[in-house]
Design a protein around this ligand. Structure first.
Ligand SMILES: *Cc1c(COP(=O)(O)O)cnc(C)c1O
Ligand code: SF4
Length: 356
């Protein structure tokens, strides 16, 4: 992808990749050396939901394939705005569960700290896309101080999950300051990082980063591979480096229409993850997030998919299929359509409109 005017050295450096990201439709047309279809409707999408793709992730896309499963995850789609009225900006009411800004406390023993709002690639299916255009109100230092103070005063919290945005958008020093601050709380036993960089920016996983991270074990890292084509040599190497540093890597996929909702694709994804020793953890049902509705499947289709995978996959390669429900319910495993589950689901018809 030298059409992006990026040198070999820049390509291998994560900051070079960030710097050379494609963020405009013109940039995309240039990279692909051809005009885009219906650019006007896409320009309209970018007003609500910005575009950012690393040259690395863009290079995995076939520009001639209109149904490319990686393009679907990162390139704008007119339906993000045309269906907008139907979804909810914050379906899990996360904003209502922040005792201090940027810290979500939904489960008693663990909190989720949003330590940045930026990401290497903006995933079109992101359930926090409501944040993309918001300005961060305060600097990291003061936000962090308030979050750590809250955790200090909440002895039931034994796990802190760094999320975002993507925490690995911070440089190593800043990330270490965040990890150190939470680790210094005596009752915090485990740290976790949620990051998509192994998938969209594998150069971010450097030796220096791994050397730093290993000092904060027990530290778990969750990433998000959604399609087997994302398991490249570079991505596999990034995961291997983390594993060698003693950091278990797990995967949280999102079930996405036209990306991974076929048994064949999902089987190849799960087997591929098993081969690189990344443990499939969750398969999320796509929530009715405003701007993501065109990527959703039905729960019935998800259950049928899981039914088929159970036959072909070792338990080590099988994720838990879950829906994240608002309120007290939280993440609910979707196992089969038992009567109880049906009743629960009925209460959330907006989420599971296919089960009416
Ligand atoms: C998903 C989530 C967690 C982590 O849940 P696990 O089941 O432990 O992976 C924690 N806090 C919030 C707010 C979450 O949404
Ligand atoms: S990396 Fe995560 S937070 Fe960032 S856009 Fe993708 S899904 Fe959203």
């Amino acid at each position: 992808m030298n059409r992006l005017n990026i040198s070999r050295r820049e390509w291998e450096n994560w900051r070079g990749q960030i710097h050379a990201r494609v963020t405009t439709l013109n940039g995309l047309a240039q990279a692909w050396q051809r005009p885009l279809a219906a650019p006007d409707s896409l320009r309209f999408v970018l007003k609500s939901y910005p575009l950012a793709v690393t040259p690395y992730y863009l290079s995995l896309i076939d520009p001639d394939d209109e149904a490319d499963p990686l393009a679907r995850q990162c390139l704008p789609d007119a339906r993000e705005v045309s269906l907008a009225h139907a979804g909810l900006a914050d379906p899990l009411d996360e904003d209502g569960r922040m005792p201090v800004p940027n810290l979500i406390h939904r489960y008693s023993d663990r909190v989720l700290a949003m330590v940045t709002r930026s990401c290497a690639v903006y995933c079109r299916h992101c359930n926090r896309k409501r944040f993309w255009k918001m300005r961060q109100e305060a600097g990291l230092q003061s936000r962090l101080a308030a979050m750590v103070r809250y955790v200090q005063n909440a002895p039931q919290v034994r796990e802190v999950i760094l999320s975002g945005g993507d925490p690995l958008m911070h440089d190593d020093d800043r990330l270490e300051a965040v990890l150190a601050a939470f680790k210094s709380v005596p009752h915090v036993e485990v740290l976790r990082i949620g990051t998509r960089t192994p998938v969209v920016l594998p150069m971010r996983i450097t030796k220096d980063l791994c050397r730093m991270l290993r000092r904060y074990r027990p530290l778990w890292l969750n990433t998000q591979f959604n399609h087997p084509a994302e398991i490249t040599k570079d991505a596999a190497r990034a995961c291997a480096m983390l594993l060698e540093a003693g950091i278990p890597v797990s995967n949280q996929s999102v079930l996405l229409q036209g990306v991974n909702d076929s048994p064949d694709v999902m089987r190849r994804l799960l087997h591929g993850l098993q081969k690189i020793a990344v443990r499939p953890y969750y398969l999320f049902h796509c929530e009715p997030v405003r701007g993501c509705l065109h990527l959703r499947t039905s729960v019935a289709a998800g259950l049928a998919l899981m039914e088929e995978l159970r036959r072909d996959c070792s338990g080590l390669a099988l994720p838990q299929y879950v829906a994240d429900l608002p309120g007290e319910a939280g993440k609910v495993p979707l196992l089969c359509l038992s009567e109880t589950l049906k009743n629960d689901l009925q209460k959330h018809q907006d989420f599971f409109d296919n089960l009416k």
